[in-house]
Design a protein around this ligand. Structure first.
Ligand code: FAD
Length: 306
């Protein structure tokens, strides 16, 4: 747990990125979790994912952007991605982070930027998922999502909820009243016990509780996890409730449990792969290291080998 917190702390230290980028074992490991530094590499990865019977979602890596000009670059990147999805005929939607669009500069800026992406996705018949970040921005992220959802349709824009937060069951109930399409994940940030379950067992129990609520709602949701226990609980519940395999989709991260991704796709479940790409890979990459101690040992082993 301490290691996890330390790595998540380090994930926020951009200064370390330069060092990490030059350190070969780091770079080698990043290629496992990150599709590349440019959009062409992400498109190539998604073609291959589509070829394996899975759909995808693009994530242009960047977060906590603190200049308005840079948020404009992010918007253009996503408008370009939406155009490429159509031109290339690939099966993918897009995932965005509001801090990438200026949430920490001015929430109204993030709203306006996100709105431009959702408007374009709607025009193209595509879909935008708003990722969920740290608990300091949970409420404002939900507020901006609600504004967008008021204006756009159920199949134009969706949001993410994290089962480690105490508030999530209530948030899910409220959002389902809109209704809203929700991606359920466990949560990747380092949160204090005042807002989040410290024990994995409680996070998992809450995951199952919220998953059941989502699946009972009749809306198409994303069940995002690599945890076989969560996956089995989802399949069991869906079967007990007589839900079809098309009623929801599973989602996993690029480079994690590819065997399970392919197995579920072969079994006829929708499987969407989250494909991160871009130059600002450092915080995302560190969160992936934090999730699995074996990943850190891999880096250390390579370091000791020289
Ligand atoms: C599609 C998708 C979108 C996501 N979006 C968000 C978001 O918007 N906000 C947010 O806070 N979090 C997001 N997450 C991350 C999520 O919150 C978890 O941190 C992450 O998925 C690990 O949790 P888990 O459900 O896989 O279960 P865990 O209990 O953490 O892991 C279960 C098993 O999965 C495998 N595994 C998990 N992580 C790794 C890893 N890094 N490397 C290797 N193996 C691993 C291991 O075999 C592990 O035993 C997303 C996850 C997915 C799959």
């Amino acid at each position: 747990m301490l290691t996890r917190s330390a790595l998540i702390y380090l994930s926020r230290q951009e200064g370390l990125k330069e060092f990490a980028a030059k350190f070969a074992p780091f770079r080698k490991l990043t290629t496992r979790f990150i599709a590349g530094e440019n959009v062409e590499q992400a498109v190539k990865a998604i073609r291959e994912i589509n070829g394996r019977g899975c759909t995808a979602t693009f994530d242009h890596l960047n977060e906590s952007v603190n200049s308005a000009a840079e948020t404009e670059t992010e918007v253009r990147e996503y408008l370009d991605v939406l155009a490429r999805i159509d031109e290339m005929g690939i099966d993918s939607n897009v995932s965005i982070k509001l801090t990438q669009f200026g949430l920490e500069i001015e929430p109204e800026l993030a709203y306006r930027n996100a709105r431009r992406i959702v408007e374009e996705a709607t025009r193209r018949g595509n879909f935008v998922r708003i990722d969920m970040e740290g608990s300091k921005v949970t409420q404002v992220t939900i507020d901006i999502f609600r504004r967008l959802r008021d204006e756009f349709g159920l199949n134009d824009v969706g949001i993410v909820l994290q089962s480690y937060l105490y508030r999530t069951l209530d948030d899910a109930r409220e959002l389902l009243n809109l209704p809203a399409r929700i991606r359920l994940c466990k949560g990747a940030y380092d949160e204090p016990a005042e807002v989040a379950y410290p024990e994995k067992r409680d996070v998992d129990e809450n995951y199952v509780r919220v998953m059941q609520l989502l699946l009972s709602s009749g809306v198409y949701h994303g069940i995002a996890t690599h945890d076989p226990k969560m996956i089995d609980a989802t399949i069991d519940f869906a079967q007990r409730e007589g839900l079809s395999k098309e009623a929801f989709e599973f989602q996993m991260l690029y480079g994690i449990r590819r065997d399970l991704q392919e197995q579920l796709a072969r079994d006829g479940y929708g499987m969407r792969i989250y494909v991160p790409y871009g130059k600002h890979w450092y915080p995302y990459f560190m969160r992936r290291l934090a999730e699995r101690p074996a990943n850190i040992w891999f880096v250390l082993k390579n370091f000791l080998k020289g």
